[in-house]
Design a protein around this ligand. Sequence first.
Ligand SMILES: C[S@@+](CC[C@H](N)C(=O)[O-])C[C@H]1O[C@@H](n2cnc3c(N)ncnc32)[C@H](O)[C@@H]1O
Length: 256
Amino acid sequence: MEMVNTVIFLPVTVWGTAGTSKDRMIVGLQISLSKSGIKCKEDGKDMAKEDQVEEITEAEIYERFAERYAAQDVPWDAELPPPEIMAVVEEQKPGRALDLGCGYGRTTIYLAQHGWQVDGVDFVPDAIAEANRRAQAAGVADKASFHVGSVADLGFLDGRYDLAIDVGCMHALTPGQLRRYHAGLKRLLRPGALYLLYTRLQENAEPEADGPRGIPQAEITRLFSDGFTLDNLEIGITEMADRAPWKSAWFWFYRL
Ligand SMILES: C[S@@+](CC[C@H](N)C(=O)[O-])C[C@H]1O[C@@H](n2cnc3c(N)ncnc32)[C@H](O)[C@@H]1O
Protein backbone atom coordinates (compact mmCIF):
# COMPACT_ATOMS: atom_id res chain seq x y z
CA MET A 1 0.00 0.00 0.00
CA GLU A 2 1.27 3.44 -0.79
CA MET A 3 0.46 6.57 1.09
CA VAL A 4 1.03 9.89 -0.58
CA ASN A 5 1.93 12.59 1.90
CA THR A 6 1.27 16.14 0.92
CA VAL A 7 1.98 18.45 3.77
CA ILE A 8 0.96 22.05 3.74
CA PHE A 9 2.30 24.12 6.59
CA LEU A 10 0.25 27.03 7.77
CA PRO A 11 1.55 30.57 8.07
CA VAL A 12 1.37 30.77 11.82
CA THR A 13 5.03 31.17 12.34
CA VAL A 14 7.03 32.59 15.16
CA TRP A 15 10.74 32.95 14.60
CA GLY A 16 12.86 33.01 17.67
CA THR A 17 11.85 33.95 21.17
CA ALA A 18 9.05 36.37 21.83
CA GLY A 19 10.26 39.71 23.08
CA THR A 20 13.72 39.52 21.56
CA SER A 21 15.11 41.11 18.45
CA LYS A 22 14.77 37.75 16.79
CA ASP A 23 10.99 37.97 16.66
CA ARG A 24 9.90 37.11 13.19
CA MET A 25 6.68 36.35 11.45
CA ILE A 26 7.30 34.09 8.54
CA VAL A 27 4.83 32.82 6.06
CA GLY A 28 5.76 29.55 4.56
CA LEU A 29 4.35 26.64 2.71
CA GLN A 30 6.09 23.37 2.56
CA ILE A 31 5.08 20.45 0.45
CA SER A 32 6.50 17.03 0.83
CA LEU A 33 9.06 16.18 -1.78
CA SER A 34 8.54 12.53 -1.26
CA LYS A 35 5.95 9.88 -1.55
CA SER A 36 6.65 7.56 1.29
CA GLY A 37 4.96 4.28 1.89
CA ILE A 38 4.06 3.13 5.35
CA LYS A 39 6.45 0.63 6.86
CA CYS A 40 5.89 -2.63 5.08
CA LYS A 41 7.49 -5.96 4.42
CA GLU A 42 8.99 -7.38 1.28
CA ASP A 43 10.19 -10.99 1.10
CA GLY A 44 9.65 -11.22 4.82
CA LYS A 45 12.05 -8.37 5.58
CA ASP A 46 11.31 -4.87 6.76
CA MET A 47 12.03 -2.46 3.97
CA ALA A 48 14.19 0.48 4.91
CA LYS A 49 12.19 3.68 4.90
CA GLU A 50 14.54 5.28 2.34
CA ASP A 51 13.89 2.39 -0.06
CA GLN A 52 10.24 3.30 -0.16
CA VAL A 53 10.78 6.93 -1.05
CA GLU A 54 10.43 8.06 -4.62
CA GLU A 55 11.17 11.54 -5.76
CA ILE A 56 8.02 13.41 -6.48
CA THR A 57 7.86 14.63 -10.06
CA GLU A 58 7.82 18.26 -11.14
CA ALA A 59 4.34 17.72 -12.57
CA GLU A 60 3.07 16.42 -9.24
CA ILE A 61 4.49 19.40 -7.38
CA TYR A 62 2.78 21.71 -9.85
CA GLU A 63 -0.55 19.88 -9.49
CA ARG A 64 -0.47 20.22 -5.73
CA PHE A 65 0.10 23.97 -5.82
CA ALA A 66 -2.40 24.47 -8.64
CA GLU A 67 -5.07 22.58 -6.71
CA ARG A 68 -4.51 24.74 -3.67
CA TYR A 69 -4.84 27.96 -5.63
CA ALA A 70 -7.92 26.65 -7.46
CA ALA A 71 -9.51 25.92 -4.09
CA GLN A 72 -8.32 29.33 -2.81
CA ASP A 73 -6.64 27.43 -0.03
CA VAL A 74 -3.65 29.72 0.26
CA PRO A 75 -2.57 29.96 3.88
CA TRP A 76 0.57 31.92 3.01
CA ASP A 77 -1.55 34.78 1.70
CA ALA A 78 -0.79 37.90 3.71
CA GLU A 79 -0.74 41.58 2.96
CA LEU A 80 2.87 42.22 3.85
CA PRO A 81 6.07 40.26 3.24
CA PRO A 82 8.20 39.02 6.16
CA PRO A 83 10.26 41.63 8.07
CA GLU A 84 13.50 40.32 6.58
CA ILE A 85 12.29 41.65 3.24
CA MET A 86 11.15 44.95 4.66
CA ALA A 87 14.63 45.35 6.16
CA VAL A 88 16.19 44.97 2.70
CA VAL A 89 13.92 47.72 1.40
CA GLU A 90 15.10 49.98 4.21
CA GLU A 91 18.76 49.20 3.64
CA GLN A 92 19.12 48.99 -0.13
CA LYS A 93 18.40 51.59 -2.74
CA PRO A 94 15.82 50.46 -5.32
CA GLY A 95 16.89 48.56 -8.40
CA ARG A 96 15.68 45.48 -10.28
CA ALA A 97 14.35 42.59 -8.24
CA LEU A 98 13.20 39.06 -8.85
CA ASP A 99 10.53 37.40 -6.66
CA LEU A 100 10.83 33.61 -7.02
CA GLY A 101 7.58 31.72 -6.45
CA CYS A 102 5.77 35.01 -5.94
CA GLY A 103 2.31 33.59 -5.21
CA TYR A 104 -0.17 36.46 -4.95
CA GLY A 105 2.72 38.90 -5.18
CA ARG A 106 2.96 40.38 -1.70
CA THR A 107 6.76 40.75 -1.95
CA THR A 108 6.71 41.97 -5.54
CA ILE A 109 4.06 44.57 -4.75
CA TYR A 110 5.82 45.72 -1.58
CA LEU A 111 9.10 46.20 -3.43
CA ALA A 112 7.33 47.99 -6.31
CA GLN A 113 5.66 50.33 -3.83
CA HIS A 114 9.16 51.22 -2.63
CA GLY A 115 10.53 52.08 -6.04
CA TRP A 116 11.83 48.70 -7.24
CA GLN A 117 11.22 47.33 -10.72
CA VAL A 118 10.19 43.77 -10.00
CA ASP A 119 9.57 40.54 -11.88
CA GLY A 120 7.45 38.02 -10.01
CA VAL A 121 7.50 34.42 -11.23
CA ASP A 122 5.12 31.64 -10.29
CA PHE A 123 4.10 28.55 -12.20
CA VAL A 124 0.42 28.68 -11.19
CA PRO A 125 -1.62 30.89 -13.56
CA ASP A 126 -4.33 31.52 -10.93
CA ALA A 127 -1.70 32.97 -8.58
CA ILE A 128 -0.30 35.22 -11.29
CA ALA A 129 -3.78 36.43 -12.31
CA GLU A 130 -4.50 37.47 -8.73
CA ALA A 131 -1.04 39.03 -8.35
CA ASN A 132 -1.71 41.16 -11.45
CA ARG A 133 -5.08 42.19 -10.07
CA ARG A 134 -3.52 43.21 -6.75
CA ALA A 135 -0.70 45.14 -8.42
CA GLN A 136 -3.29 47.07 -10.46
CA ALA A 137 -5.29 47.81 -7.32
CA ALA A 138 -2.13 48.98 -5.54
CA GLY A 139 -1.26 51.28 -8.44
CA VAL A 140 2.10 49.60 -9.14
CA ALA A 141 1.30 47.66 -12.32
CA ASP A 142 3.98 49.66 -14.17
CA LYS A 143 6.64 48.47 -11.73
CA ALA A 144 5.50 44.91 -11.09
CA SER A 145 5.62 42.39 -13.94
CA PHE A 146 4.27 38.94 -13.28
CA HIS A 147 5.19 35.85 -15.28
CA VAL A 148 3.71 32.38 -15.41
CA GLY A 149 6.80 30.21 -15.44
CA SER A 150 9.04 27.89 -13.47
CA VAL A 151 11.75 29.24 -11.21
CA ALA A 152 13.81 26.32 -12.47
CA ASP A 153 13.62 27.56 -16.06
CA LEU A 154 14.25 31.30 -15.99
CA GLY A 155 15.44 31.52 -19.60
CA PHE A 156 12.56 33.87 -20.40
CA LEU A 157 14.16 36.56 -18.21
CA ASP A 158 17.10 38.68 -19.20
CA GLY A 159 19.33 41.40 -17.90
CA ARG A 160 20.87 41.88 -14.54
CA TYR A 161 19.04 41.92 -11.21
CA ASP A 162 20.14 43.62 -7.99
CA LEU A 163 18.06 41.41 -5.72
CA ALA A 164 16.38 37.99 -5.75
CA ILE A 165 14.00 36.84 -3.04
CA ASP A 166 12.58 33.40 -2.37
CA VAL A 167 10.12 32.90 0.46
CA GLY A 168 9.07 29.29 0.67
CA CYS A 169 9.48 28.23 -2.95
CA MET A 170 12.92 26.69 -3.30
CA HIS A 171 12.31 23.89 -0.80
CA ALA A 172 9.58 22.55 -3.09
CA LEU A 173 12.01 21.88 -5.94
CA THR A 174 13.27 18.50 -7.05
CA PRO A 175 17.08 18.07 -7.10
CA GLY A 176 17.11 18.56 -10.88
CA GLN A 177 15.03 21.71 -10.63
CA LEU A 178 17.29 22.97 -7.86
CA ARG A 179 20.35 22.76 -10.10
CA ARG A 180 18.58 24.69 -12.87
CA TYR A 181 17.27 27.25 -10.37
CA HIS A 182 20.81 27.89 -9.15
CA ALA A 183 22.12 28.21 -12.73
CA GLY A 184 19.37 30.71 -13.52
CA LEU A 185 20.19 32.85 -10.50
CA LYS A 186 23.88 32.78 -11.35
CA ARG A 187 23.08 34.08 -14.82
CA LEU A 188 20.60 36.75 -13.78
CA LEU A 189 22.13 38.33 -10.68
CA ARG A 190 24.76 41.03 -11.08
CA PRO A 191 27.93 40.78 -8.99
CA GLY A 192 27.15 42.05 -5.51
CA ALA A 193 23.41 41.32 -5.79
CA LEU A 194 21.64 39.92 -2.73
CA TYR A 195 19.83 36.59 -2.90
CA LEU A 196 17.60 36.31 0.17
CA LEU A 197 16.17 32.87 0.87
CA TYR A 198 13.73 31.55 3.44
CA THR A 199 13.48 27.77 3.46
CA ARG A 200 12.74 24.77 5.57
CA LEU A 201 15.85 22.83 6.56
CA GLN A 202 15.90 19.08 6.39
CA GLU A 203 16.97 17.85 9.78
CA ASN A 204 17.12 14.10 9.41
CA ALA A 205 18.64 11.94 6.76
CA GLU A 206 15.46 9.96 6.73
CA PRO A 207 12.40 11.53 5.19
CA GLU A 208 9.49 12.08 7.50
CA ALA A 209 6.46 9.88 7.08
CA ASP A 210 4.01 12.72 7.43
CA GLY A 211 5.85 15.88 6.64
CA PRO A 212 8.12 17.72 4.27
CA ARG A 213 11.83 17.16 4.30
CA GLY A 214 13.02 20.61 3.36
CA ILE A 215 16.56 20.85 2.05
CA PRO A 216 19.67 20.03 4.09
CA GLN A 217 21.57 23.15 5.10
CA ALA A 218 24.79 21.64 3.77
CA GLU A 219 23.17 21.07 0.38
CA ILE A 220 22.11 24.71 0.12
CA THR A 221 25.52 26.05 1.12
CA ARG A 222 27.26 23.55 -1.18
CA LEU A 223 25.13 24.52 -4.18
CA PHE A 224 25.50 28.24 -3.61
CA SER A 225 29.21 28.08 -2.88
CA ASP A 226 29.34 28.16 -6.66
CA GLY A 227 28.98 31.81 -7.61
CA PHE A 228 27.77 33.16 -4.28
CA THR A 229 29.09 33.99 -0.85
CA LEU A 230 27.07 33.43 2.32
CA ASP A 231 26.97 36.65 4.32
CA ASN A 232 24.49 35.73 7.03
CA LEU A 233 22.44 32.76 8.16
CA GLU A 234 19.71 32.77 10.78
CA ILE A 235 18.39 29.41 11.82
CA GLY A 236 15.10 29.33 13.64
CA ILE A 237 12.02 27.36 14.31
CA THR A 238 8.87 27.76 12.30
CA GLU A 239 5.78 26.99 14.31
CA MET A 240 2.47 26.08 12.82
CA ALA A 241 -0.98 25.89 14.24
CA ASP A 242 -1.49 22.21 13.62
CA ARG A 243 1.95 20.65 13.29
CA ALA A 244 5.13 20.09 15.19
CA PRO A 245 7.61 22.98 14.79
CA TRP A 246 10.26 22.56 12.15
CA LYS A 247 13.71 23.96 11.55
CA SER A 248 13.96 26.74 9.02
CA ALA A 249 16.43 29.38 8.00
CA TRP A 250 17.00 32.68 6.30
CA PHE A 251 20.10 32.84 4.09
CA TRP A 252 21.67 36.08 2.87
CA PHE A 253 23.81 35.17 -0.14
CA TYR A 254 25.64 37.66 -2.36
CA ARG A 255 26.50 37.00 -5.98
CA LEU A 256 30.26 37.01 -6.54
C1 LIG B 1 4.67 29.04 0.06
S1 LIG B 1 4.20 29.73 -1.43
C2 LIG B 1 4.92 31.30 -1.10
C3 LIG B 1 4.42 32.37 -2.03
C4 LIG B 1 5.13 33.69 -1.85
N1 LIG B 1 6.58 33.56 -1.97
C5 LIG B 1 4.77 34.31 -0.53
O1 LIG B 1 5.64 34.37 0.35
O2 LIG B 1 3.63 34.73 -0.39
C6 LIG B 1 5.33 29.00 -2.62
C7 LIG B 1 5.05 29.45 -4.04
O3 LIG B 1 6.03 28.90 -4.89
C8 LIG B 1 5.40 28.54 -6.10
N2 LIG B 1 6.25 27.53 -6.74
C9 LIG B 1 6.64 26.32 -6.26
N3 LIG B 1 7.43 25.69 -7.15
C10 LIG B 1 7.57 26.54 -8.20
C11 LIG B 1 8.27 26.45 -9.43
N4 LIG B 1 9.01 25.37 -9.77
N5 LIG B 1 8.21 27.49 -10.27
C12 LIG B 1 7.46 28.58 -9.97
N6 LIG B 1 6.77 28.71 -8.83
C13 LIG B 1 6.83 27.70 -7.94
C14 LIG B 1 4.04 28.04 -5.69
O4 LIG B 1 3.09 28.07 -6.73
C15 LIG B 1 3.70 29.02 -4.57
O5 LIG B 1 3.01 30.13 -5.05
